[in-house]
Write a new protein. Structure first.
Length: 740
């Protein structure tokens, strides 16, 4: 909580203070508590029936986002937003989420009379959530006025939701870091937002790709745009802090410099032809009257702490008068000692100051007979007396009150400057958002040029054709030219499922993940790491990669694996892209093989699925499925055997592998030679003991057991009809057949 003085100071009176603001994780706007490249959302969310509504408020940038979506998509959207603070029905009385109440709050607080004016006519649950957010902000005494927030509604169908497993398995934070070449904090936040919500509409993707393409082809313009963007700073947050009255003088100076940079940004954008860039250029408008006032009002380099000395002389007559009076009084006091020595004839007279008694004139006891008549005793010392005069008391009052009066007046001026910014804040926030998008486009272009990425063809079909695809994060960690590129073709009509076999460390996981990353990047409007790429838009990317447990939830590694697989099978559609790595690895061989085969068959045969799938496995027996399921293709990662060692070629070729090379990989990892030798002996013994697999299992078909002759004969015997001697004879006959 922040408490401030709420009434003027008065002598001999306790000054009343009150709580003026409550800080919570989702309502802070101070730079010290915020990460420049990440949004800081306060989110309210609730569900009703099969629908959910949420309102996400970024207080530090003055943005309120509304969204109504299916209930089963709420969790993934919350994971994408990563709120600093979440308000739900368990924490807030449910009646507060009432849509009628929410509409009234929008009207009363933000002046929005109709939900349709912000695109929320069909999103009553989101409107209800907005009411909860606005209530919470007012309870915490966050300043909100009509025009202080940009409110918009977005559709969950416009972007691809990324679940936590996909974000983790594709290493999205590292991918953001690889691409981020932004010049401004608002651009960094926009880039992160784009990469966490790939687009699902071909036209929007193509518009973004066209803008990136133009920037890729114009190095000089890229350099110019970088040059003019760097001085802009965090325009969104600077404007919002100023408009809400929380800016320091240094932040207002930073805002002034950002505003002064806008004309150069607008001029640089005039050279671009791409539609998106031209549209964004039209939204970039300066506020010369605001920057001019800030330039006249504030010194160029305000002190880091405190407010004294931040206003330029000549800007405010009242402040100048206080400063002039204070200076005159200080000058008078500075000359007082020499003047009083002449007037009194006391050469040892001194003028001093302490915090308890203020200013004084000190005279020794030996000179008290020479004191002028207007001296008034103030304090007795061992060796003398301290005095004041009426005029000294008057000048002291001016000097001692000046600091407080200067601070109060400068605070009033800063508040007035904030009001000036607030009057232009809607257009300035729009400018900040447009500059953030331009910066994000520039970052995508810079990354594409640096990493030699190409523009993909993105369409509404379902084909995925990648030639010379590369994994950008793996490639970044290798010397130039070392990474082995690979091709991929998937389509639901012909090559729906690729079963990928090969040893550990050969590159199966890299191949799978690079395909998903290329699709994700392409649908974000980014160039991609490939020689050519045709991307049929995916509605979702699902990944089941790696082994980990969830002890806190009581889930073993295998249970986590099965839960993730179940989620994918329950939510995927024909337009999804599935990345499945080693399904069934967490249990026994036959259990795992059975589950893996059943999953592949389900993906191939289920009427609502038929989705593009990359399925990596050590169960090379699954390659037999291609013989009977028409849309399955086998591929393997090539290895070169050299005696007892193997060399990984990292090249994906048609066909299936028939070995796993696990012991070879163990040797490469550095297991002791004795362990490797013993493992080879054990493997040989197991292979000799293992019964031959029937052809049905080799083909992945159900196994029909042939009838057992002994069992058949036993079933035909009627024990009740046999005499004891006949029964004994029959037993000897059966035993003879068993041992023959």
């Amino acid at each position: 909580m922040i408490c401030d003085q709420v009434e003027p100071a008065a002598k001999n009176k306790i000054v009343r203070r009150d709580v003026t603001r409550v800080l919570t994780p989702g309502t802070v706007v101070e730079e010290a508590y915020l990460e420049p490249s990440r949004p800081n959302y306060l989110v309210a969310a609730w569900t009703k029936g099969l629908e959910a509504g949420l309102a996400a408020c970024e207080v530090s940038t003055g943005e309120l986002l509304l969204c109504q979506l299916p209930r089963d998509r709420l969790q993934s959207e919350l994971e994408r937003l990563a709120p600093a603070e979440l308000l739900t029905a368990p924490e807030v009385e449910e009646y507060r989420f009432d849509p009628v109440r929410g509409q009234q709050r929008l009207k009363d607080v933000l002046g929005i009379a109709y939900a349709a004016s912000v695109g929320a006519a069909g999103a009553p649950l989101a409107v209800g959530a907005a009411g909860v957010v606005l209530d919470y902000l007012r309870q915490n005494q966050t300043r909100i006025t009509p025009g202080s927030m940009t409110v918009r509604t977005y559709s969950p169908d416009a972007t691809m939701p990324l679940d936590a497993a996909t974000i983790r398995n594709l290493e999205l934070p590292a991918l953001v870091t690889l691409i981020d070449r932004t010049c401004t904090p608002v651009g960094a936040r926009q880039l992160r937002s784009w990469l966490s919500a790939p687009l699902r509409e071909a036209e929007s993707i193509e518009l973004r790709l066209a803008a990136v393409d133009e920037l890729v082809g114009a190095p000089a313009l890229r350099d110019r745009l970088q040059e003019v963007l760097k001085p802009v700073g965090d325009l969104e947050r600077l404007v919002t802090r100023a408009a809400s009255g929380h800016s320091s003088a240094r932040e207002l100076v930073a805002l002034r410099r950002s505003l002064e940079a806008i004309p150069s940004v607008h001029e640089a954008l005039g050279a671009y032809e791409a539609l998106v860039t031209r549209q964004l250029a039209g939204q970039v408008t300066g506020a010369p009257e605001v920057s001019e006032v800030l330039a006249r009002a504030l010194v160029d380099d305000p002190p880091t702490n405190g407010r004294d000395g931040v206003i330029r002389p000549g800007f405010d007559a009242d402040l100048d008068a206080i400063l002039e009076a204070s200076k005159g009084a200080r000058d008078w006091i500075a000359k007082l000692e020499s003047g009083e020595r002449r007037r009194s004839g006391i050469r040892t007279l001194k003028v001093g100051f302490n915090k308890v008694f203020g200013y004084y004139i000190e005279v020794s006891h030996a000179n008290t007979a020479k004191l002028p008549d207007d001296y008034v005793r103030k304090q007795t010392l061992t060796g003398g007396e301290r005095y004041i005069t009426p005029e000294l008391k008057e000048k002291e009052a001016i000097v001692l009150s000046a600091q407080e009066r200067i601070a109060a007046r400068e605070l009033e001026i800063l508040h007035d400057l904030g009001e000036t910014v607030a009057a232009s804040s809607p257009s300035l926030r729009a400018t900040g958002q447009a500059i953030g998008m331009i910066d994000a486009l520039l970052s995508l272009a810079l990354a594409a040029a640096e990493h030699r990425w190409i523009r993909p063809v993105v369409n509404a079909g379902l084909d995925l054709r990648i030639h010379g695809g590369r994994h950008p994060l793996v490639e970044e960690g290798l010397p130039a030219g070392v990474f082995v590129a690979n091709d991929l073709e998937l389509d639901p009509e012909d090559a729906q499922i690729v079963i990928l076999t090969g040893p550990n460390m050969a590159g199966k996981s890299t191949y799978l993940r690079q395909a998903a990353i290329i699709v994700l990047l392409g649908q974000c409007g980014s160039f991609v790491p490939a020689e050519t790429a045709v991307i049929g838009i995916a509605d979702r990317i699902f990944t089941r990669v790696g082994a980990h447990d969830d002890i806190s939830a009581g889930m073993s590694t295998f249970m986590v694996e099965m839960t993730e697989t179940a989620y994918i099978l329950g939510h995927a559609t024909r337009a999804s892209l599935l990345i499945l790595d080693e399904v069934g690895r967490g249990t026994s061989t036959y259990d795992g093989l059975s589950i893996a085969q059943a999953v592949v068959e389900y993906l191939h045969e289920a009427p609502r699925l038929g989705c593009r799938t990359l399925f990596a496995t050590h169960y090379h027996e699954l390659t037999a499925l291609a013989e009977r399921l028409p849309r399955i293709r086998n591929q393997r990662v090539e290895v070169l055997e050299e005696g007892d060692t193997v060399r990984f070629l990292h090249r994906v070729v048609p066909g299936g592998a028939d070995r796993s090379y696990g012991i070879h990989v163990a040797a490469v990892a550095g297991l002791p030679p004795a362990v490797i030798a013993r493992a080879r002996d054990v493997l040989g013994e197991l292979e000799r003991q293992r019964p031959l697999e029937p052809p049905e299992l080799q083909l992945g078909l159900p196994i029909e057991m042939s009838p057992d002759p002994l069992r058949k004969e036993l079933e035909e015997i009627d024990p009740a009809s046999l005499s004891p001697l006949e029964a004994l004879q029959k037993l000897y006959q059966l035993r003879a057949k068993l041992t023959s």
